[in-house]
Design a protein around this ligand. Structure first.
Ligand code: FAD
Ligand code: SF4
Ligand code: SF4
Length: 476
């Protein structure tokens, strides 16, 4: 313990971040990595709290105090063993968790001192583990002979696949995309998460014996019922992809685009794909006056992508104020540094243009008192409006679930009022026996770390279900 508690004389320090002027011209990850001495000394700032609030507020309940202490002592292989015991993708969470709202935001080091830089240490531990060959593919000692079908190769599906394979099951992951990773590969831009980090994990999962079936759209290429016949149990981890729309005049003008179309095209181009709608200019913001509508992580990713594509101006319209934005404050700060202009308390009222959008009529808004959920409603400021020039508008207003009972031809699949798949909160089982669900398709649009948590928990529940079903059928 004597090595710890350095917060009294060591200041909080994050790894180097590429200066805004430099990072604006490329899609490289903007955060660097600690060197061994920095990692040790930053980890040693932790005061090893008796009740670690950092851990309580980490969705994976990561044993943060222990891996910080081991890092401070230079015992990195042990630190990795502990960190990877609860987190399937610590190198990803260390990069893209909104730590300011989770572990670091709840670090109670001591009043007046800044939090321990937990995410950066987690990334450092895992990258060190990769560099030293400590991260190994799964080695199954005893196959169970049972097989599982997972629909969706996003973080929820992959975390479940990893756990189920560790239990010795044959695991098949189906995805309608041509690559593994879900939003990790086609949603989140490179400057937050470089794609080779996701591809490296995919390779490990393949090497561990997990089978991937890409370009397979469940509901079209194969039915859910066919999957149920093939596998002992099935997990639905399809995420949420139906973009929310705005109901104002002239929404159908050209150049008003859904955020995910825009980000997917940009990520595909970064991966070396030929994207016709990017080449034609439709999904490329170079030289354009771009306006992004929304205030969450997706909106921040769009504005920062537009900056890097060479937009002539980038503006973010958000109807609440900065304090009430759903996105991570770190991402807002990064965007501001990169030259994005924010218009708080501003909502689009109408789009103007002949065939393509040319202007947006903007309605100033006013915050009301907090409602029961703690959110402030907003109302228009009477008699006020102004005009903003735009030749590309990106809608980043959130996502809803597709109608899976219709898509899967399974009316017996029960959904919630918001359209997400309804599951038993303990067993993750849906209304269809042997069919489970996890991640955004259950929770609604959320975070990678929650998808990992749900995928792991659902995998445990599926394992128990399959083993007990087999035991019962043997006994009968
Ligand atoms: P997804 O990642 O969406 O994966 C679902 C997979 O299912 C996809 O690969 C899809 O192709 C596949 N699929 C869907 N339907 C079918 C079908 N019928 N047949 C076969 N396959 C199908 N979270 C953070 O923690 N930090 C961030 O910085 C962050 N940034 C984000 C930025 C953007 C632009 C977006 C959109 C989200 C961001 N998130 C972030 C949220 C995070 O990405 C999601 O919460 C997480 O990816 C959900 O994981 P999932 O596995 O449930 O779904
Ligand atoms: Fe923090 Fe996310 Fe890591 Fe948990 S998984 S310790 S919340 S960065
Ligand atoms: Fe260490 Fe902060 Fe966690 Fe306390 S809350 S154990 S100081 S990281």
């Amino acid at each position: 313990m004597s090595d710890m508690l350095k917060f009294t004389h060591v200041d909080q320090h994050y790894p180097e971040v590429t200066p805004a002027q430099e990072r604006k011209s490329n899609f490289d990850e903007i955060y660097g990595q600690f060197d061994p001495a920095e990692a040790a000394v930053q980890a040693a700032r932790c005061s090893q709290c008796g009740i670690p609030f950092c851990q309580i507020h980490c969705p994976l309940s990561n044993n943060i105090p222990d891996w910080l202490k081991l890092t401070a002592e230079g015992r990195l292989e042990e630190a990795y063993a502990i960190s990877s015991a609860t987190n399937t993708f610590p190198e990803i969470c260390g990069r893209i968790c909104p730590q300011d709202r989770l572990c670091e935001g709840n670090c109670v080091i001591e009043k007046g001192f800044k939090s321990v830089t937990i995410g950066s240490v987690e990334k450092y531990i895992t990258e060190t583990a990769f560099a030293n060959g400590w991260v190994k593919p799964i080695q199954v000692t005893k196959e169970t002979g049972l097989s599982v079908g997972i629909i969706g190769a996003g973080p929820a599906g992959l975390a479940a696949a990893d756990m189920l394979r560790q239990h010795g099951h044959e695991v098949h992951v189906y995805d309608r995309y041509d690559r593994v990773g879900g939003l990790l590969i086609y949603g989140i831009p490179n400057f937050k998460l470089e794609k080779q980090i996701v591809l490296r994990r995919q390779q490990l999962l393949k090497d561990g014996g997990i089978h991937f079936h890409l370009n397979v759209d469940i509901g079209n290429s194969i039915t859910l019922e066919e999957l149920r016949q093939k596998h002992s149990s099935v997990l639905i981890a399809t995420g949420v992809y139906k973009s929310r729309d705005i109901d104002i005049p002239d929404c159908s003008l050209g150049n008003i685009l859904p955020a995910l179309d825009y980000l997917t095209a940009s990520n595909r181009v970064g991966l070396g794909d030929k994207v016709a709608e990017f080449d034609s200019g439709l999904l490329n913001s170079a030289g354009k006056k771009v306006v992004v509508i929304g205030g969450g992580d997706t909106a921040m990713d769009c504005v920062r992508t537009a900056v890097r594509q060479g937009a002539s101006s980038v503006t973010c319209l958000y109807r609440r104020d900065q304090a009430n934005m759903p996105g991570s404050m770190r991402e807002v700060k990064n965007a501001q540094e990169e030259g994005v202009q924010f218009m708080w308390l501003s909502a689009p009222k109408a789009f103007v243009g002949k065939t393509h959008v040319e202007q947006i009529i903007v309605q100033p808004m006013r915050l009301m008192a907090q409602d029961n959920s703690g959110r402030h409603a907003v109302v228009p400021v009477d008699g006020e409006q102004f005009t903003l020039n735009a030749d590309m508008v990106i809608k980043a207003l959130g996502f809803d679930a597709e109608e899976l009972p219709v898509l899967f031809g399974a009316p017996e699949l029960k959904t919630s009022r918001s359209g997400t798949v309804a599951v038993d909160s303990k067993t993750f089982e849906t209304s269809m026996p042997g069919v489970f669900a996890a991640g955004d398709i259950v929770r609604g649009a959320s975070l990678v770390v929650w998808a990992i948590r749900d995928g792991r928990d659902a995998a445990d529940a599926m394992h128990r279900h399959m083993m007990s079903t087999r035991a019962r059928s043997k006994a009968a």
